[in-house]
Design a protein around this ligand. Structure first.
Ligand code: 13P
Length: 249
């Protein structure tokens, strides 16, 4: 059975002290979350080590990692460094990294391989722009992101990935994808994976929805057969709303 996952993406929010407080609150409320739900907080690099100390039931992730192993890359943080903090997950290919920091499919494919080589589970983000949905090319866009970012992995490695479908027009806009739009795309993603790696692999991959997911709409989104949880931005910055989302299955 594939995992149900609710992951917070804190983005560039909270000071270290605020982050420790938020993580502690999430951890203390995590007893309310059913044990079959994996709860993850993905936090800024500066917070990883300290947040790790205040969580136990909650798992830890980073929001990014470098596309190179080590060396003269000032300001970068490698997958090995992330793993050495005790983190188990790393978000790769968030649309904000693709658009503001010009991360290409080729760069992201390198990051995925380095994450896996360091025993980190990539939470790999894909999703179309509003203009691409309006032009009715959203399925092609998402398929290409999957192919270029992930499809040269072996079936064994692919089986370790978590996918997050985040339509860019829904991120931070308050405009959530409808339950039908989410299910339709998640089904398409699972089918595309099945064509490449077979039905057994596709069946086991967790596909999360992200984009203005909150404690009001999570239950309807998560009730879909191919929606295995959420990647949560704004609503993960308050412990109560984040935990309420994780209780929505
Ligand atoms: P919001 O939940 O704030 O729309 O952000 C979603 C997101 O980008 C998670 O990675």
């Amino acid at each position: 059975m594939r995992k149900k996952i609710v992951a917070g993406n804190w983005k560039m929010n909270t000071t270290l002290q605020e982050g420790i407080k938020l993580a502690s609150e999430v951890e203390s409320l995590s007893t309310q979350v059913p044990s079959d739900v994996t709860l993850i907080v993905c936090v800024p690099f500066t917070h990883l080590t300290e947040v790790k100390k205040v969580i136990n039931r909650t798992l830890l992730g980073a929001e990014n990692c470098a596309s190179e192993v080590s060396g003269a890359y000032t300001g970068e943080v490698s997958a090995a460094m992330v793993a050495s903090t005790g983190a188990n997950y790393v978000i790769i290919g968030h649309s904000e990294r693709r658009s503001y920091f010009n991360e290409t499919d080729e760069t992201l494919a390198k990051k995925v391989k380095l994450a896996l080589a360091n025993q980190l589970t990539p939470i790999f983000c894909i999703g179309e722009l509003l203009s691409e949905r309006e032009a009715n090319i959203h399925f092609d866009v998402v398929k290409k992101q999957l192919q270029k970012g992930l499809f040269d992995l072996s079936a064994e490695d692919f089986g370790k990935i978590v996918i997050a479908y985040e339509p860019v027009w829904a991120i931070g806009t308050g405009r959530t994808a409808t339950s039908e739009q989410a299910q339709e795309m998640h089904y398409f993603i699972r089918n595309t994976i099945a064509e490449k790696y077979g039905k057994e692999v596709a069946k086991e991959i967790s596909i999360l929805y992200g984009g203005s997911c909150n404690d009001k709409n999570a239950a309807e989104l998560f009730a879909n057969p191919d929606v295995d949880g959420g990647l949560i931005g704004g609503a993960s910055l308050k412990a109560e709303s984040f935990i309420a989302i994780a209780r929505s299955f």
